[in-house]
Ligand binder design. Structure first.
Ligand code: AMP
Length: 370
């Protein structure tokens, strides 16, 4: 077997967990990342963007774990060594909410109604046409709920415009805003799929996600009562994977509404809502991504045990107390504590998940909404 070096754009915890899988399979990773002390650095050499040539020289093939990687860098790497997977066009679509929605609609995947907004007049027309409330978002660069404003009444229009209109001219790639019809969803779910170099496709089960202040707090896998939703989501995912000629793991985030599943966005990478697959399935999302990129056969995505994943946000729990619970898997990201920062995750796979999840939530200091 030839040992390959996978050059990954980004060096956060996703890169760290990809490297854990790559090492297990006999391969190595290096990373392109400017943040000092990046978690992935524990598993492979980190190069700054100034050291792109050295990063390329050390790599055999490329992938990414950071969604805001410049498309130009990914396109350049597509021409180097054995190329980059997923393809840069998938990254380009995922970085632009308008392109993403247009792709969903082209593939008959339902979305909320939306309008491109380039002026205050456009915003006013969007409010008239779509009705209120609506969500105004930057079409590029937003994450974890940032770059969004909910317009509830006509009085909010001017403030929303003031808050977000800078995005029209800022940055290297100025882009219109997007106004989206507000959806009263009953729950948020996501589907993780994987496509290999020969076109073979696999899916993890649909999972249910709960966010806190825009940040993922909890994933329940599989999502309860979701058989039909699962089939619909898989059909949408299959169309996306094929249309994008995708290789690797792709995530589709959706809302469950009274009109069925509504697609929100894609992430062209392994995803926080798939961390439970490390222990909860026969082959994790990280291993399957590495397998796909390196042209290896995909692994079985079947479930070992229903799981609940809780993110560790801001502050680490007391490991002595946490680890007294059976069926608890703790992943520490070697990041310093900071408000609102994802610094670890915990997967609970116990025979008494509700109780153990409750205990872990107490240790994490989760505040339950009334
Ligand atoms: P996003 O950045 O698109 O993932 O949005 C962050 C969060 O905002 C989502 O997880 C939803 O909870 C909420 N959200 C986004 N878009 C809408 C929408 N059109 N209607 C209602 N809630 C939304």
């Amino acid at each position: 077997m030839t040992q390959l070096t996978l050059g990954i754009l980004g060096g956060g915890q996703l890169g760290m967990m990809l490297a854990q899988s790559a090492l297990k399979l006999g391969h190595r990773c290096v990373f392109l990342e400017d943040t000092p002390h990046a978690p992935a650095g524990l598993y492979g050499q980190v190069y700054s963007t100034q050291q792109l040539d050295e990063f390329v020289a050390k790599s055999d093939i490329f992938s990414l774990e950071f969604e805001n990687t410049p498309v130009a860098t990914a396109s350049y790497l597509a021409t180097q060594k054995q190329g980059i997977y997923p393809p840069p066009n998938a990254l380009a679509v995922a970085q632009d909410r308008l392109a993403e929605k247009a792709l969903f609609n082209e593939l008959d995947i339902p979305t909320v109604p939306y309008r491109a907004v380039s002026s205050l007049d456009d915003l006013q027309s969007a409010c008239d046409e779509l009705g209120l409330p609506l969500v105004l978002k930057t079409s590029r660069g937003g994450y974890d709920g940032k770059g969004q404003y909910i317009i509830k009444t006509k009085d909010d229009i001017a403030t929303a415009w003031q808050e977000l209109s800078d995005a029209l001219t800022e940055g290297n790639l100025p882009a219109p805003l997007i106004a989206e019809g507000f959806i009263h969803f009953s729950r948020e779910v996501s589907l993780i799929g994987v496509r290999g170099r020969t076109g073979e496709v696999g899916f993890y089960p649909l999972v249910e996600n709960v966010h806190n202040n825009g940040i993922l707090a909890k994933t329940t896998a599989p999502a309860p009562n979701a058989d039909t939703l699962n089939q619909t989501a898989q059909a949408s995912m299959k169309k996306l994977l094929e249309k994008l000629d995708y290789v690797g793991v792709l995530t589709l985030e959706l809302f469950v509404s009274e009109n069925g599943l509504i697609a929100n966005e894609i992430a062209p990478r392994v995803h926080n809502s798939g961390h439970w697959t490390i222990e909860g399935t026969n082959t994790s999302q990280f291993e399957n991504h590495v397998r796909a990129v390196l042209g290896l056969p995909l692994g079985d995505t079947g479930i070992v045990k229903p799981s609940v994943m809780l993110n560790v946000i801001g502050k680490y729990p007391d490991a002595n107390e946490l680890l007294t619970h059976t069926g608890v898997h703790f992943h520490h990201y070697h990041k310093s504590e900071r408000d609102g920062r994802k610094i670890g995750h915990i997967t609970v796979m116990s025979d008494d998940n509700d109780r153990v999840v409750g205990e872990v939530e107490k240790l994490l200091g989760c505040v339950k909404p009334f």
